[in-house]
Write a protein of this length. Structure first.
Lengths: 156, 388
């Protein structure tokens, strides 16, 4: 008989509990730092690979398709308007608890970009793929150079 | 030699630093793009990717290879993760070899990356979870315990002094002063500096240990018919070997790395090497700790048991000695971004055997070199032999 059929409850056996305590302290990277500073200024940048004709958002320092460098000349402003590619409404938190108010999350292809950005959808609206949306930023004094400087996208 | 002939045709690396602004992806990209540039190849000429990286916890990204893949040129290509802990760097090159030797692929990009600065308070914390959860963890063990117990057992068995061992750290950190990518090169370091450094767990002191580092290294490997077109100086993989010891770390031979000998014997047999001390001209053994370089030299059969320290004391292990050991500066000097450090040793052989090692160049046109790494739960030996 497999073990799992014999032990119905954890307290039937002597268990040793352990937690893995680690904290991650991350850097945004060379391209990431600049991209976040752009958000702080209310601008969304991409980097365009001229060889692959593909514009990355968030801006990347290299093209994953050819490994070419995406330097100064590759930086282009994209958006702030774009098209909703896909959306979902989230009703439960990761721990399974119901959310007091459901959140809408979308994939947005900003005008001028090939890559797609994930972010919040703002407003109690009906969402559908293909609609036009626009970036909504925090007020300038509240921006800190974070993905949250962008509140999300609203329906146009 | 099993399978098709395989050569390394290009290599690139980032600087090894304590803390990089670059993301892990950006580090991987720097190394990968430099390796491709070094042999004037482009990503569309690469058939497959081997991505080596040590525990996910270091970068703080779960499924790290998938995360790193954009920087390693893996988009749209058959890609595999290499992972045998600290042994990964050399093992990734072995994986690159068998991808090509098997006939499956003609060209492989091998990339190893580590960004240990993400892991706080210290990457050591990730290692507290390698121990047995009910039998060892209640004792509050630390990874250093293993090394301190092993170093002490090794010194005791052969009557070695701390000074004998410290000379390895001095040699490697001085060698690293000539490496443009080094984190801890120091042309003026002395044995006294090592002996006066902070005691971590006796007999291990601060300068007996390699640092934690961020960095990446990449190689381009190719089948013979491609290699000969790409470069007039292919560096051939002549032998490989790897072997695992018991996970019960208390039960290993503390004074002798059997797993390294087993891996080395496989590699020597494949390379047709009968007398390694005469036929290996340059060696890059894994040196996360100074005593470990000595330990590994003995396991590689390049020194009698308990006698590796004499190679260092007599200058035989110097860059201009009869058996240059760790001319790169090693993990102790160049730095230790785990998997990238192992692959750096393979890259060092590539540069040395092509006469491209600059100020680090070993004189006398070395024709054959060996790189070795050590890892998993301090139990795996990985060995590669390169020749021109």
């Amino acid at each position: 008989m497999p073990l799992i059929e014999r032990i119905q409850h954890l307290d039937e056996v002597r268990a040793w509990r352990g937690t893995i305590r680690l904290e991650g302290v991350y850097t945004a990277g060379v391209a990431g730092e600049r991209w976040l500073r752009g958000l702080q200024e209310g601008k969304i940048y991409g980097t365009r690979c001229p060889r692959c004709r593909y514009t990355y958002v968030p801006a990347r320092r290299f093209c994953e398709r050819c490994l070419g460098a995406l330097g100064e000349e590759a930086w282009v402003e994209v958006g702030p308007q774009g098209t909703l590619v896909a959306w979902t409404r989230v009703h439960v938190a990761p721990d399974g608890a119901p959310l007091a108010s459901p959140r809408a999350i979308g994939l947005i292809r900003l005008d001028g970009a090939d890559a797609v950005l994930v972010h919040e959808l703002i407003g109690d609206r009906e969402w559908e793929s293909g609609i036009r949306v626009e970036a909504v930023f925090r007020a300038p004094p509240e921006r800190v150079g974070s993905i949250r400087d962008l509140l999300g996208f609203r329906r146009l | 030699m099993a399978g098709r002939r395989v050569a390394i045709v290009g290599a690139g690396m980032t600087k090894f630093v304590r803390r990089a602004l670059e993301t892990g992806q950006e580090l991987a990209w720097e190394a990968a793009s430099k390796a491709l540039e070094s042999c004037e190849m482009t990503l569309d000429q690469i058939d497959a990717v081997v991505l080596g990286t040590a525990p996910d916890a270091f970068d703080g990204v779960h499924m790290k290879v998938e995360y790193l893949s954009p920087g390693a040129g893996a988009w749209g290509k058959p890609t595999i993760r290499g992972f045998v802990g600290g042994g990964t760097g050399v093992f990734a090159a072995i994986q690159g070899w068998y991808h090509i030797a098997s006939g499956m692929f003609d060209t492989v990009l091998v990339v190893c990356e580590e960004k240990m600065s993400s892991c706080h308070p210290h990457p050591q914390a990730a290692f507290n979870y390698i121990f047995d959860s009910t039998l060892e963890r209640p004792l509050g063990p630390n990874l250093l315990w293993i090394f301190a117990l092993e170093m002490n057992a090794y010194m005791t068995k052969y009557g070695l002094t701390k000074r004998d061992v410290a000379m390895v750290a001095v040699k490697n950190k001085r060698n690293a002063a000539d490496h443009p990518a080094a984190q801890l090169g120091d042309p003026n370091i002395t044995v006294e500096d090592v002996l006066n450094s902070e005691v971590l767990a006796w007999p291990v002191q601060r300068l007996d240990v390699s640092p934690t580092s961020d960095g990446a290294v990449a190689l381009v490997m190719a089948a013979e018919h491609i290699a000969r077109r790409v470069t007039h100086q292919p560096v051939w993989v002549e032998g490989v070997g790897w072997s695992l010891d018991t996970q019960y770390w208390t039960n290993r031979d503390l004074s002798y790395p059997t797993y390294v000998e087993e891996a080395a014997r496989k590699a020597y047999a494949m390379a047709g090497i009968k007398e390694p001390r005469k036929e290996i001209h340059i060696v890059e053994p894994y040196d996360p700790f100074d005593y470990k370089e000595l330990h590994h030299l003995e396991g590689l059969l390049l020194a009698d048991r308990g006698k590796a320290a004499e190679l260092v004391a007599l200058g035989i292990a110097n860059r201009d000695g009869d058996l240059p050991v760790t001319p790169s500066g090693g993990l102790l000097g160049v730095g230790n971004p785990i998997s990238a450090a192992g692959l750096m040793k393979v890259a060092e052989l590539f540069w040395q055997l092509r006469g491209e090692a600059g100020k680090r160049q070993v004189p006398g046109r070395p024709r054959r070199g060996l790189a070795q790494a050590w890892g998993d739960l301090m139990q795996v030996g990985t060995v590669i032999i390169l020749g021109v």
